[in-house]
Design a protein around this ligand. Sequence first.
Ligand SMILES: [Zn+2]
Length: 303
Amino acid sequence: MFQTTIQRQVSAEGVGLHTGVQGRLRLTPAPADAGIVFRRSDLDFFRIEARGTNVARVSYATSLMKQGVLLSTTEHLLAAIYSCGIDNIYIDIDAIEVPILDGSAEPFMQMLDEAGTRKLRRKRRYLKVLKPVEVVEDGRRIGIYPADEFRVCCYVDFPHAMVGQQEVQMIVNAESFRSVLSRARTFCFESDIEPLRAMGLIRGGSLENAIVLTKEGVLNGPLRYADEFGRHKALDLIGDLALVGLPLLGRVEARKAGHALHTQLVSSLLADTSAWEITTEDRGGAESPAALEASLASARAAD
Ligand SMILES: [Zn+2]
């Protein structure tokens, strides 16, 4: 398997969910081994790599920070990029927050479709999990375990008539992400709106970019799926796992977790270098010389 980037630049504009600031987002092709890199185009393209070491804050959204420069609400865009197997990309933003658009990852999938994928002439490196790493906290837990492909299992339990217990299990790739998770939108409880506003959050929140749950039901239905909440949590989880910095060969199980636990798992995993290895062979098998030659030929054709 070879590394990828996108073929051409694509742009979108929109408001940030928490800051309410209008921003312009542009996705740009990047060379092999660049990784997924945010660049603040309003600050001389200051680079903030999408890696666990740059995680700053994790209440209600994942924020990255490097040398005091902040970039917020990275998870939905990263979920789309990571699931689509884009290894290298520059994400240029002229604001402090990624636009929320419709609250799901669908608009980002449309951008990636428009951008197209390009194979690069360097082998993809995977982070292969060798032994379990777990984080447990007050009835919430998350763990990562050895597996031959990238799998997630995400379980949520909210005491609300429309939510309750929901569970999503899947092998993550572009097709499964598109069909199962990409359209699931972010949500909040109506009773949390005032407290969140008082904390200076959700200034860009509206009925167009978040599902609002009332005491008994949904303020702005219909839902896109009966279990849209569980699906969105799985989307968030994948977006935070992108901060591992390489494609994963491992199975992640999250129970009532959130951004804080997701990013703690990423940090714990990266810190324990005996728990993983970096390999260029996916699915644990060596590539046959014929398969290697075929993919080299197609990489050349794509260039
Ligand atoms: Zn989310």
